[in-house]
Design a binder for this molecule. Structure first.
Ligand code: ZN
Ligand code: ZN
Length: 322
């Protein structure tokens, strides 16, 4: 019996990031479609071409690209592909890919205000102006269209879009109902828990609550009969429900830790991140702050803590009733 996996090839390319290699998937059929595009580097391009040749394909044969989310380790080689007619992602990826004139200033001003409000020292915030430099890791390309919940990949109607925001606002997973196979991007990984990354709100003013979204997107998968995950990083796996439950309980354990830090001493987010991540809190503060603020959002939503602003900085306290 032919299965979906007979029409799906895996390609693995190196990245310069701590996460290590990233997987790309090629869907055979019409049009030949690439799911995710690795990083923008000659090393990744060589690895991509070689593995593609092993499947009797050339870069010219790829006509369509679908991105699980906008991060630089998943979009990089789009720019290298000569014959792509259609490039699709969730609409929340658009600001990151188009990067219009206002993008950098909105990005910097959102994070300046956000970090200040969360107690990050000015000496660290000062470096924010350099952040848009990092965006140069992104390739130059445009989306030809967008994909949303319930839609299918053009030409590959067996692959349905499940919106899974949390790790990125643009995150989608692709699910083949018939086989129960899910191409999961960074949503659900076997070996690590993805960071719920804070993003500037490009629609409206309110910032998102990515950790709460991430939990919802994890639990959402229970509604689908996912039998196997083909992830963006690490091994593919079948024990899907077990991994989802593990991620949820690990997060709750960390939230308990945050709760006891506040119990000991009401603090602002940066101070809590220092206690939670004593080795990384300074050097990797964009990530440790996303994680810490995520846990605080979660506890606040559950009514276990509350927030009070003092001189422009938010402090967290234990709720009476909890
Ligand atoms: Zn990612
Ligand atoms: Zn990734």
């Amino acid at each position: 019996m032919k299965t979906i996996k007979d029409s799906l090839y895996t390609i693995t390319v190196p990245t310069p990031y701590a996460v290590g290699d990233v997987h790309l998937y090629v869907l055979k059929g019409e049009p030949i479609t690439l799911i995710d595009a690795g990083v923008r580097s000659d090393e990744a391009w060589e690895a991509f071409k070689n593995q593609l040749a092993g499947y009797d394909l050339r870069p010219e044969d790829i006509r369509q690209v679908v991105l699980t989310h906008h991060h630089p380790d998943h979009v990089g080689l789009v720019e290298y592909l000569p014959n792509v007619k259609q490039c699709l992602a969730h609409r929340a990826a658009l600001p990151w890919i188009d990067r219009d004139d206002r993008f950098s200033s909105r990005y910097v001003s959102f994070f300046e205000e956000f970090y200040r409000k969360n107690g990050v020292p000015e000496s660290l915030i000062d470096k924010l102006g350099e952040a848009p430099e990092k965006l140069k890791e992104f390739p130059v390309f445009t989306l030809t269209g967008t994909l949303k919940e319930g839609e299918t990949i053009p030409g590959h109607s067996d692959w349905e879009v499940i919106e899974t925001p949390g790790h990125a606002q643009s995150h989608i997973s692709l699910f083949s109902k018939e086989d129960g196979v899910m191409i999961g991007g960074d949503h659900l990984l076997y070996h690590i828990s993805p960071n719920p990354i804070i993003e500037p709100p490009f629609h409206g003013d309110e910032r998102t609550r990515p950790l709460i979204q991430y939990r919802d997107s994890l639990k959402k998968l229970f509604r689908y009969n996912v039998k196997e995950v083909m992830p963006g990083h690490g091994p593919r796996f079948n024990n899907v429900e077990e991994i989802i439950r593990k991620r949820l309980s690990q997060q709750e354990e960390r939230a308990d830790k945050v709760y006891s830090i506040i119990e000991e001493q009401p603090s602002h987010s940066f101070d809590i991140s220092r206690k939670l991540f004593p080795r990384q809190y300074k050097k990797q503060y964009p990530l440790t702050m996303s994680e810490t603020v995520g846990q605080l959002d979660f506890l606040e939503e559950r009514g276990k803590i509350y927030r009070r602003s003092s001189k422009g900085v938010d402090f967290y306290f234990i709720s009476e009733k909890s």
